[in-house]
Design a protein around this ligand. Sequence first.
Ligand code: BES
Ligand code: ZN
Ligand code: ZN
Length: 502
Amino acid sequence: MEIYVKTIDIIKAKADAVAVGVFEGEKKPAGDLAAIDKAFDGAVAGLMRRGEIKGKAGEVNYIHSLGRIAAGGVLIAGLGKKKELTADKIRSAAAVACRSLISKKNKSVAINTLAAGSSVKIEDAARAITEGAILGVYNFRVHKSKKDGNNNTELKKLTLAGVGRGDTKKAKRACEEGKITAEAACLARDMVNQPSNHMTPADMAEIAKKVAEDNCLELTIFEKEDMQKMEMGALLGVDQGSCQPPKFIILKYMGGGGKDIELALVGKGITFDSGGISLKPSNKMEEMKTDMAGGASVIAAISAIARLKLAINVVAIVPAVENLPGGKAFKPGDVLKAMNGKTIEIISTDAEGRLILADALCYANKLKAKRIVDVATLTGACVVALGYITTGVMGNNQKLIDGILAAGKETGEYMWQLPMFEEYKELNKSDVADIKNAGSGGAGTISAGQFLSEFVGKTFWAHLDIAGTSYSSKESGYTRKGATGVPVRSLVSLAAALSKKK
Ligand code: BES
Ligand code: ZN
Ligand code: ZN
C-alpha cells in the first residue's frame, strides 16, 4: 500500500473514495463533513437529523457521490464521542473504513485526519490511520486456490488529506513509522496464521534469514548438535518427540553503538503444541499452530526496530521446536537439566513452553543482555484470568514492567501486571528435582512466570503471556480473524522509548 500525506481538500481529492469522521452526539456536519454536505445539498445533515448517521464508534455509512465531489464515494466513519477520542479509536475507525471501502472495490482512498477538534495530536492520528489501514485490510489467503473473489480487492493507495502545511513533515514521518510497525505486525500475523506443516522450525529460521538479509542483521542459527554442546537439556527434552529438526534462532541489531546488548527479546517458538505425551484434547487443537506467536513477534519486532534505525542494540532469540508425542518423546516423571544446571521434573509435557524458554533465557543471560523481555503463548490460565483482550505481564523489575505497560497504552495493546510474590515459588517445588514444570495450587500464569524467573538470574526481566491475545476468533476494529500480531507494536514502542532515554 502506498501512503501519501497531502494538504489538499478532501472534496478535491482524486481517489476512488474519501473517508471522513463524524462524532457521536453532533447535531450537524462539521469540518470536512460540512463541506461534503454542502456539495450534497444538505443530504448528510438530513441523514444525521433522521438518526441514520449516529457517529457511534464502528459505524460506517457510504454515499455515492454521483459527480458532486472529485471522488466516487464518501464513507462516513463513526468515531464515538469527541471527548473520548483516542489514537486507538482512530486506528480502529480507519481500519473499519478501509475494510468497508475495499469491499466496494475502491482501490484508492483519501482520508482526513479523523481527529479535527479533538485532543489527539496530528502525528498520532497520522500514525494510527496508517496502522489501522494496513492492519484492518490484512488478509491471509495464501492457501486459497481461488485468488479472485470479493475479499480480494487490495487497497493500493491511501492519502491522508487535509493536513496543515506546518504539520506535513511530522505527519509524513509518523505515517512512515506507522507503516513499518504495522507491516511488522502483519509479518508476525503471516507466520502465526501458517499451519504447522508450513511453519516448521526450519521455516521460521528461513524467515529469520530473509529478515536478516533485508535489514542487514547478524543471524546465527544453532542446530541440534550446537544445543547439545551448550547443554540445553530442557529445550532438547521437548524436541525428542518430533521429527522436525529444532532451530535456535538469534538475530542481532546493533544500532546503538558499542557492544552491549541493551534489550534481548526472547519468543516461544513451539511450531505445534500437541501437548506431547500429556496430549491435549482434539477440540480446537488446530489452534496450537499459533504456539510460535511469541517467536514470530520478536522476529517481526526486530525487523521494525532495524527499519526504523532505532539507536539501540537488540537481540531476538527464538527457540523453535515442535511438541509431539513421538516414540522418543519425553514423558511425565522425566528429569531434564537446563543450560544453567537446574534440574526440572516433568509433571506435564504440555507445559513445554517454559522448558524451551528456560534455555533461551539462560542463553540471553550468557550474552549479558541488560534487559530481557520474553513473549509466549504460555498458559491457558492466562486466558481464564484475562480473556482474549489483555496480555499478562510479570517480571522482576518494575521499571521495565512500567516501560512495557506504557508501550501497551500507547499502542492500544492491552496489558495487565500480575503479582510475583515470593510465596508463589512454593507452587513449583519438586520432591525429586530442583523445580517442577507444572505448578500445583492455582495461579497457573504466575507459577509459569515464577518458573521462568529461575533462569533469568538478576538480569532485569519482563514476561508477557500472550496465550489469549495472540489470536482472535472474531473480527473487530483493526483485529482480523486469526493472528493479531500482538505484541509486536508494543515491543517496537518499548525499544523506541529505551533508545530515546539513553
Ligand atoms: N501452548 C499452551 C498454552 C495455550 C493455551 C496457548 C491456550 C494458547 C491458548 C501451553 O503450552 C500449555 O499447554 N500450557 C498448559 C500448562 C499446564 C499443563 C501447566 C496449560 O495452560 O494448560
Ligand atoms: Zn503445551
Ligand atoms: Zn505451548
